[in-house]
Design a protein around this ligand. Structure first.
Ligand SMILES: Cc1cc2nc3c(=O)[nH]c(=O)nc-3n(C[C@H](O)[C@H](O)[C@H](O)COP(=O)(O)OP(=O)(O)OC[C@H]3O[C@@H](n4cnc5c(N)ncnc54)[C@H](O)[C@@H]3O)c2cc1C
Length: 507
C-alpha cells in the first residue's frame, strides 16, 4: 500500500488527509493525495463539534489561536434543548442542557439524591458548575489557560468552509499531502472487484493502491462504483429535511457558549452563533410537515427581516452503508452515512474512523481483509449506538402535541438495545457498567444528562442517611464552585476578542 488517495475535499476528506499524512510523514515510500472536484463545493454545513476535536487538532499541530482566528470559532460547552418536553407540564420555553463537562466521580452518584429531592431543580445544574456558566454566557477558560485546555469541558462552533481550508493548508504544508483539483467521471475496477483507477475530466486516468471515499452524499466509490448497499434508518429517525440559513450578527451581540436546539411540531431548529453570524437550520420530517410550512415556521423563529436572507434546502439521506470498508476502499463522512445533526456526531464519527484507520493501516493486501472486518465491526457498533442516542431524545419526550412526537414513541421505531436499556433504567439509575464497550460514542454521562434532563422516571431505591449527607455536601460544593466560576471566568465574546488580539498560551 504505497499510494493512498482521498477523494473529496470537505471536512471528511481533509480530516482523513491530516490523519494519514501525519501517520506517514516520515515514510518516503508512502504518498497521500487528495483529489476534489473543482465543480462540486463541499456541503458547507457541519458547524457544531464535540470535545474530541481538541485532541485531534492539537495532534495535527494546529495552534488553537490560529484555528479560532481563522475559522470564526466560538466555544461550545453544551447543547441547550428548548421545548423538548410538554409545555403544559414543564412550561413554555422549558429547557435542559447536555453539558460537555463530565460530572466528577461522586457527582455521578448524585442521581439517586436528585431523584429523591431535586426534581424541582435542573439535573445538570446540580451535577456541574458548567450549567450556570452556560446560562451566564461565560467562556470555558480564560486568556491565560494554555491552548486546548479548559477550566470546563468544551468543543467549538466553526465555519465549515474555513475549517476545510485550514485543514487543507495544514495537510499540504506539514504533511506533504498532494492536492489535486479534478472531477472524477469514472471509476475502474479490476478483476477481483477492487478499485483499479479513477478517471478524471482534467488529468485523465489516475491509479492508486488504496482509496478513501469522502465524496459526501454522492458516495461515488463505495456506493456507486462498489455497490455497497445503503441501510435506511428512517424508520427509527424520522427527520429527513433541513432548511438552512445564515443570519448576520453585530460585533457587540452576546454569543451563547452552546448550541440551541429548539424542538417544534415535526423536528427541531439548530441555532449556532459564530463570531459574525448565526447558522440556523430548521430540521423536519417532510412526512409530518410540508416544505412551505417549514419555511413559514423558520421565518417566524427568525423574526427580524427574513426576506433578506438566502435559504438552502438540504435533503438528508438517513442511514449508513452496510459496510464502510470494502476491498481497497474505505468511506468516511457523509459517504459513510448520515443520521441527523442533533448531537453533532458526523464530524466526530469521521474523525474517529479516520484516526482508527490511520492507527492500523494495511501494509499489504494480506493484512487488508483482517483490518476490513475489524473496521466494519467497530464502525457498525458505533453507528448503531449513535442511532440509539439520537432516538432517545425523541422517544422519552413527553410531548404528544403532534403525530411526529406520537410516531416517535411507537415501540417498533425504538431500536432493541435502547428499548432494553430504557426498561432497565426504569428500575435502576444507569451505572457505568451498562456501557461496556470502549466504542460507546455516547457514554454514561451523556445518557445521564439526557435521561434526567428530560425527567426520566426511575424507581427510587432506599437511601442511607450517610449517602444522603455526603450527597448533600457534594451538591452544595458544586453550587459554591459555580458561584466562584461565575466571578472568575470571562464573558464568552470578551474572551474570543482577546484571543484574536493576544492569542492563547502555546502548548
Ligand atoms: C443539515 C446538516 C447539518 C449538519 N450539521 C452538522 C454538525 O453540526 N456537526 C457535524 O459534526 N456534522 C454535521 N453535519 C455533517 C457535516 O456536514 C459533514 O460531516 C461534513 O461536512 C463532512 O462532509 P463530507 O466531507 O463528507 O462531504 P462534502 O462536504 O459534501 O464534500 C464532498 C467532497 O467530495 C467531492 N466530490 C464529490 N463528487 C466528486 C467527483 N465526482 N469528483 C471529485 N470530487 C468529488 C466534492 O468536491 C467535495 O469536495 C451536517 C450535515 C447536514 C446535511
Amino acid at each position: 500500500m504505497k499510494k493512498i488517495v482521498v477523494v473529496g475535499g470537505g471536512t471528511a476528506g481533509w480530516l482523513a488527509a491530516n490523519h494519514l499524512g501525519k501517520k506517514f510523514k516520515d515514510n518516503a515510500e508512502i504518498t497521500v493525495t487528495l483529489i476534489e472536484s473543482p465543480d462540486i463545493a463541499p456541503i458547507g454545513v457541519g458547524e457544531g463539534t464535540v470535545p474530541k476535536i481538541r485532541q485531534t487538532l492539537s495532534s495535527f499541530g494546529i495552534s488553537e489561536t490560529q484555528f479560532i482566528r481563522e475559522c470564526d470559532v466560538t466555544f461550545k460547552q453544551s447543547i441547550k434543548f428548548v421545548n423538548w418536553m410538554d409545555k403544559q407540564k414543564h412550561g413554555s420555553d422549558n429547557f435542559f442542557h447536555h453539558l460537555f463537562d463530565a460530572p466528577d466521580k461522586f457527582a455521578e452518584d448524585l442521581t439517586p439524591y436528585w431523584l429523591k429531592h431535586g426534581q424541582g431543580n435542573r439535573y445538570a445544574d446540580m451535577l456541574s458548575p458548567q450549567h450556570s456558566a452556560c446560562e451566564l454566557n461565560k467562556a470555558p477558560k480564560s486568556i491565560t489557560t494554555p491552548e486546548y485546555e479548559g477550566t470546563l469541558g468544551y468543543a467549538y462552533h466553526l465555519n465549515a468552509a474555513k475549517f476545510a481550508n485550514l485543514l487543507c493548508n495544514n495537510a499540504v504544508d506539514k504533511f506533504a499531502v498532494e492536492h489535486l483539483k479534478a472531477h472524477i467521471v469514472d471509476v475502474e475496477l479490476n478483476n477481483d472487484g477492487a478499485i483499479a483507477a479513477l478517471v478524471t475530466k482534467e488529468i485523465g486516468k489516475l491509479e492508486y493502491d488504496f482509496y478513501l471515499d469522502c465524496t459526501g452524499f454522492e458516495s461515488l466509490l463505495l456506493g456507486k462504483a462498489l455497490n455497497v448497499p445503503f441501510i435506511e434508518k428512517s424508520k427509527e429517525l424520522l427527520v429527513n429535511s433541513a432548511l438552512v440559513v445564515q443570519v448576520p450578527t453585530q460585533e457587540e451581540d452576546e454569543i451563547p457558549p452552546y448550541t440551541v436546539a429548539t424542538a417544534h411540531q415535526a423536528g427541531w431548529i439548530w441555532d449556532i452563533a459564530l463570531t459574525n453570524r448565526r447558522g440556523v437550520g430548521f430540521v423536519y420530517s417532510n412526512n409530518h410537515m410540508s416544505d412551505d410550512e417549514a419555511k413559514t415556521k423558520l421565518d417566524h423563529y427568525l423574526k427580524g427581516n427574513p426576506s433578506e436572507l438566502t435559504y438552502r434546502k438540504l435533503p438528508m439521506k438517513v442511514g449508513h452503508r452496510e459496510k464502510f470498508w470494502h476491498k481497497n476502499c474505505v468511506s468516511l463522512g457523509l459517504a459513510q452515512g448520515f443520521l441527523e445533526p442533533l448531537e453533532a456526531t458526523s464530524i466526530l464519527l469521521t474523525d474517529f474512523a479516520a484516526g482508527f484507520l490511520a492507527d492500523r493501516f494495511p501494509e499489504s493486501e494480506e493484512q487488508m481483509l483482517m483490518l476490513e472486518q475489524r473496521f466494519n465491526h467497530v464502525m457498525g457498533y458505533a453507528w448503531d449506538r449513535v442511532v440509539d442516542f439520537i432516538k432517545l431524545h425523541y422517544c422519552i419526550s413527553d410531548r404528544t402535541d403532534s403525530t411526529f412526537w406520537l410516531d416517535n414513541k411507537k415501540e417498533e421505531t425504538i431500536p432493541v438495545m435502547l428499548r432494553k436499556r430504557l426498561k432497565l433504567w426504569e428500575q435502576f439509575n444507569p451505572q457505568k457498567e451498562d456501557f461496556f464497550s470502549k466504542f460507546e460514542i455516547f457514554d454514561y454521562d451523556n445518557y445521564l444528562y439526557l435521561l434526567y434532563g428530560m425527567c426520566y422516571q426511575t424507581k427510587l431505591a432506599p437511601l442511607s442517611s450517610r449517602y444522603h449527607e455526603k450527597a448533600k455536601a457534594k451538591a452544595d460544593s458544586i453550587q459554591a464552585i459555580a458561584a466562584q466560576l461565575s466571578l472568575r471566568l470571562p464573558n464568552h465574546r470578551e474572551l474570543i476578542n482577546k484571543i484574536k488580539l493576544y492569542g492563547l498560551q502555546n502548548i
